[in-house]
Design a binder for this molecule. Structure first.
Ligand code: SF4
Length: 325
């Protein structure tokens, strides 16, 4: 599952074919990656935005490494500076046939380190994958679209995969899972950024108990000729979602500063609707508005709240409400 965390794989230090990193990820901390398909792309999707070359989809791996090989390599690189061991792949990591055994073997050596998987969610319909993911400390599920036609256009899934089944399982998983659940939506221009799709995504997200919802867009050269959306559009989309949702804008690589003037009331109203990080503030507010915000922080009208490694600015009156950011 290629995504905004591991799309920077080329910039990482490849320890060998199986272990990558560690990288200091803003969203997940110091992450050591395990590639469960180091030799070739093996995926049940063929996403338009994938940073890997297009490939024929498959519903199971045709080439797999052993649990013993992975654990042997992991032991060489695991140390107390690692916050999270991230299961990922050139493709979809949950296609790895020994996932449950691998998670059990990692649990035996990981001590306080967290485990995380980055998955496209499709295999949650398989009970053994669903139960394996329940054992992890953190899970990131991608959910790019709700409409079957939009889902098929963006994610180009293997023939047997239906978005209705995925949505049902993601929702059920979110109710049962005890760890931190992240949802990631990657927006592609004129595909899943329409009002109709946003409305559907919003109503499904309201049924999912997510710790955080990350909104992203295309940050790397994609497999097919599609384009992402601007940071400004991502921000507008973030404001479209219900204010109770723990939305976070995760994509900033192509962010162009907006630097607009915000009055004190506009700052408070924006943060009330959608808590923002300092990076968001730097892109959205002009210098005078940033000074207004600083005053609001010094008078304690705005507070800083840490959610899963990220500091969000929130109106102090809002913190008492039942929301996750
Ligand atoms: S095709 Fe999609 S799900 Fe598969 S690796 Fe690429 S981005 Fe991830």
């Amino acid at each position: 599952m290629q995504n905004t965390l591991w799309q920077s794989a080329n910039e990482l230090v490849a320890k060998n074919n199986i272990i990558f990193g560690p990288i200091n990820s803003r969203r997940f901390g110091m992450s050591l990656g395990i590639d469960l398909s180091p030799a070739l792309k093996q995926c049940n999707f063929d996403c338009l935005y994938c940073e890997l070359a297009p490939a024929i989809t498959m519903d199971k791996q045709t080439q797999s490494i052993t649990v013993e090989e992975i654990i042997k390599e992991l032991k060489k690189h695991l140390n107390s500076s690692i916050d999270v061991i991230t299961l990922t792949a050139n493709g979809e990591p949950t296609l790895y046939p020994k996932l449950s055994q691998l998670i059990d073997a990692i649990d035996l050596i990981k001590a306080d380190t967290q485990t995380l998987i980055l998955t496209n969610s499709a295999t949650l319909v398989d009970a053994s994958v669903y139960n394996s993911l329940l054992k992890l400390d953190q899970v990131k599920l991608s959910l790019d679209a709700i409409s079957p036609d939009v889902f098929k256009k963006i994610d180009r899934p293997h023939e047997s995969i239906k978005i209705e089944d995925i949505v049902e399982k993601v929702t059920a998983f979110s109710k049962e899972y005890k760890g931190k659940l992240f949802i990631e939506i990657l927006f592609v221009h004129e595909l899943n950024d329409t009002k109709e799709e946003l409305r559907k995504l919003n109503s499904v997200l309201l049924e999912i108990d997510a710790f955080r919802v990350d909104l992203g867009t295309i940050d790397r050269p994609p497999a097919y000729p599609v384009v992402g959306i601007s940071y400004k559009e991502l921000h507008e989309i973030s404001m479209y979602f219900d204010s109770s949702l723990p939305i976070h804008i995760a994509s900033r690589i192509h962010a162009e500063p907006n630097n607009a003037p915000y009055s004190k009331e506009e700052i408070l109203n924006t943060l009330d609707k959608r808590p923002l990080t300092q990076d968001d503030i730097n892109l959205l507010l002009d210098e005078e508005s940033k000074e207004r915000l600083q005053k609001l922080i010094s008078t304690k009208e705005v507070s800083i709240k840490n959610v899963a490694n990220l500091d969000f600015l929130v109106p102090t009156s809002n913190i008492k409400r039942k929301r996750k950011t």
